[in-house]
Design a protein around this ligand. Structure first.
Ligand SMILES: NC(=O)c1ccc[n+]([C@@H]2O[C@H](COP(=O)([O-])OP(=O)(O)OC[C@H]3O[C@@H](n4cnc5c(N)ncnc54)[C@H](OP(=O)(O)O)[C@@H]3O)[C@@H](O)[C@H]2O)c1
Length: 277
């Protein structure tokens, strides 16, 4: 049986562990027992596996602006170390990255070959993590994901739903465009990668694009809520870290690898909302 190490027991790591459990011998590592920045612990986790999926990250985008060193240790140095250890032992690594490596150099859906331009410490450290992992020479696939939601963590969908149930009106930004993507679909893509072991960087997201405002409207419609949505711009929600306006991915490359058709964001979201209602 394939021995699979999942690092990071967060929103995606937990979803992946649940999806993988049937066909794999899965071990999940996370804080506080396991720290990906600890070389000795990381070596043990790599040695115990045939494949390693790194879902661990410092993900608090705003706090990262104040905790640059910790963020860089987890998001940049640790993937590099993981790559060195995997290269030395011939293990296959899947590393999860983000749309935040981009920063509005274009309005078009972004391809893997487009120049990155991170706008935040989080984005810059995630980009550096990709670079260090690739430079290690290990056999690895990097999957950039975006606008994640799922059952195992707080996210934009759960936040909007919670607020909409309480408030008569809600302001939502209409100048950020991307593709809300269910972690269950991300887990399926990762399992496909474990089967075929492609190398290089790939973009994965649900099909189609929407603004944050349009996503919020879909949630409110689904539950028949009375909340009035007011569209606004990101400048009305000043935050320590800048967010990209354009999070649209071109997923042509990964479509040639996946065993399934990426669902439309509306369909995946409807199914998720049905499950939690
Ligand atoms: N969520 C999104 O919208 C989104 C969008 C684009 C890309 N991504 C990427 O998707 C991947 C999965 O993120 P997620 O959504 O599952 O976020 P998450 O729920 O925050 O999960 C990240 C996990 O990493 C763990 N972690 C942090 N520092 C660690 C360390 N030093 N050693 C070991 N584990 C550590 C966290 O543990 P603690 O909770 O104990 O800190 C948490 O369980 C990440 O690479 C992220 O950058 C996420």
């Amino acid at each position: 049986m394939n021995r699979l190490t999942i690092i990071g027991n967060g929103m995606l790591g937990r979803e992946l562990a649940a999806a993988a459990a049937a066909g794999q011998d899965v071990t999940v590592y996370d804080l506080p027992d396991f720290d990906i920045t600890d070389r000795r612990q990381l070596r043990q986790a790599v040695e115990a596996a045939d494949c390693i999926v790194n879902c661990a990250a410092y993900t608090n985008v705003d706090q990262a602006e104040r905790e640059r060193e910790l963020c860089a240790a987890v998001n940049a140095a640790a993937p590099g170390m993981l790559g060195e250890l995997a290269a030395a032992t011939g293990k296959y690594v899947i590393h999860i990255s983000t749309d935040f490596v981009f920063g509005d150099l274009t309005d078009a859906p972004q391809r893997e070959t487009d120049p990155p331009h991170p706008l935040s410490v989080y984005g810059a450290t995630k980009l550096e993590g990709e670079r260090r992992l690739l430079a290690s020479g290990c056999n690895c696939g990097i999957i950039r994901v975006e606008w994640s939601y799922g059952a195992y963590g707080g996210n934009f969908i759960s936040k909007i739903l919670g607020l909409a149930k309480k408030l008569p009106e809600l302001k939502v930004v209409a100048d950020q465009t991307g593709s809300p993507t269910w972690t269950g679909d991300m887990a399926r893509a990762i399992l496909d990668f474990l089967g075929t072991r492609p190398a290089g960087v790939y973009h994965f997201a649900a099909a189609g694009y929407a603004t944050r405002f349009e996503v919020a409207a879909a949630i409110i419609r689904h539950f028949g809520l009375k909340t009035r949505l007011i569209s606004c711009s990101s400048s009305e929600f000043p935050a320590p870290a800048a967010r990209p306006h354009n999070s649209k991915f071109d997923c042509t490359a990964i479509d040639k690898i996946l065993s399934f058709r990426r669902p439309a964001w509306q369909d995946a979201l409807e199914r998720f909302l049905d499950r939690i209602s």
